[in-house]
Design a protein around this ligand. Structure first.
Ligand code: PMP
Length: 405
């Protein structure tokens, strides 16, 4: 048994003490968005109560305080992901925004016949921008196939790589299945043919601390709201050489060096990619969220969540007629169906019992098509969940199964 005081942790999360439909909330939709600890809420209140001001502009005290806090948060993100330089960290509005920034930049680099590889396990936000990019540039999108197990087919991947491959995109962890992808191998092989790699870390970030230098990844993106931070904030890590090559994504204030009506020159990194007033408070709160999680420690978090995963998997399979999608190395996500029952119906019944799970295609329709299912029920656990909550969930699933079969 792991030394982990979950009851103490739970005290940090006010939302965990509310009721839903007359029952204590059991929040198992952490893969969609995580909950927010009091420390992060306090940080947000403190910002708006004491030093709300625009950054990088004013000489006045409030503006300087806000600018310092914003830049300190960037350094926290840099240190968290072990980026070599603070200006390799671009603050965005989220994973989707980060991916679109890179896709937009590559529209100036790719030419007809270039190839982009994307994994079969992608979230729509990591498919659609590349399709748009291919339409614009005449580049060709190819898919790294998956097996029934939810693992990517690395042999086919290797055979798809060639000198026309310019980009490879893959998530670190699949949001629909929770499977951890072999990204170190993917990056290494892509680099052998000179292709750049973007890793979507949105689902990995709550569980795994990625080291971008050790991975030698070209781009790594994630959202703050998956890691106990606020919504509307995310990050793009990019290697300096790539960020210098890519043209800016949005024009506006903050991203310029000199502006005349004849010609505008752009500011250096990271400002070139941060046009307009950013989500100042959100970025500062993102820093507070990383502090909070690092204080507990990602190894501790992952070990505890892994215990929850195995506990829940065993109990769920014992219910009978259950199919779990995605096996092998996983984070604490269970994507499942019960024979002949629509996932939506299960979600509705367990909600009546105060339990939040996600049902549907999880923004990954190609995976559902692969399994020939309309969707799944996805229960995703965080370090503030408990085995007792899992017991209640299993009872609710048994009840739903009885009512629906
Ligand atoms: N990629 C993955 C793997 C995700 O899980 C998500 C969020 N569900 C996204 C991208 C999109 O993140 P956001 O909505 O915060 O931009």
């Amino acid at each position: 048994e792991l030394m982990f005081d979950v009851e103490k942790i739970r005290k940090d999360f006010p939302i965990l003490h509310r009721e839903v439909n007359g029952k204590p909330l059991i929040y198992f939709d952490n893969a969609a968005t995580s909950q927010t600890p009091q420390q992060v809420i306090d940080c947000i209140v403190d910002y708006y109560s004491r030093y709300n001001a625009n950054i990088h502009r004013g000489v006045h005290t409030l503006s300087q305080e806000a600018t310092n806090a914003y830049e300190e948060a960037r350094i926290k993100v840099q240190q968290h992901f072990n980026a070599a330089k603070p200006y390799e960290i671009i603050m965005t509005s989220g994973t989707t925004d980060s991916i679109n920034l890179v896709a937009n930049g590559f529209s100036a680099i790719l030419t007809k016949g270039d190839e982009i590889l994307v994994s079969a396990l992608e979230h729509h936000s990591n498919i659609v921008p590349w399709q748009m990019l291919c339409e614009q540039t005449g580049a060709i999108l190819k898919v790294i196939p998956m097996f029934e197990s939810g693992q990517l087919d690395m042999e086919t991947y290797t055979s798809l790589l060639n000198e026309r491959t310019k980009l490879v995109f893959c998530n670190h962890v699949s949001n629909a299945l929770g499977v951890i992808n072999p990204i170190a191998f993917i990056i290494e092989k892509a680099h052998e043919v000179g292709a750049a790699v973007l890793i979507d870390g949105a689902q990995a970030s709550p569980h795994i601390k990625a080291d971008v230098q050790a991975l030698d990844v070209d781009f790594y993106v994630t959202s703050a709201h998956k890691i106990c931070g606020p919504t509307g904030v995310g990050v793009l890590y990019g290697k300096e050489e790539w960020l210098l090559k890519l043209p800016p994504y949005k024009g506006g204030g903050e991203m310029i060096d000199q502006v005349t009506f004849e010609k505008t020159t752009y500011a250096g990194l990271p400002h070139k990619f941060e046009a307009g007033t950013p989500n100042i408070c959100g970025v500062i709160a993102f820093g507070a969220a990383l502090d909070y999680m690092n204080n507990i420690g990602f190894e501790t978090i992952a070990a505890y969540e892994n215990e929850l995963l195995h506990y829940a998997t065993e109990k769920l399979l014992a219910v009978g007629d259950v199919t779990i999608y995605g096996t092998g190395k996983k984070v604490s996500v269970i994507s499942f169906n019960i024979d002949n029952i629509h996932p939506y119906d299960i979600g509705t019944i367990v909600d009546k019992l105060g339990i939040a799970v996600r049902t549907g295609h999880h923004c990954a329709q190609p995976i559902m098509d692969f399994y020939k299912i309309p969707g799944t029920v996805r229960a995703s656990f965080s370090f503030y969940n408990t085995k007792k909550e899992i017991d209640t969930f299993i009872e609710a699933i048994k009840k739903a199964k009885m009512m629906l079969s």
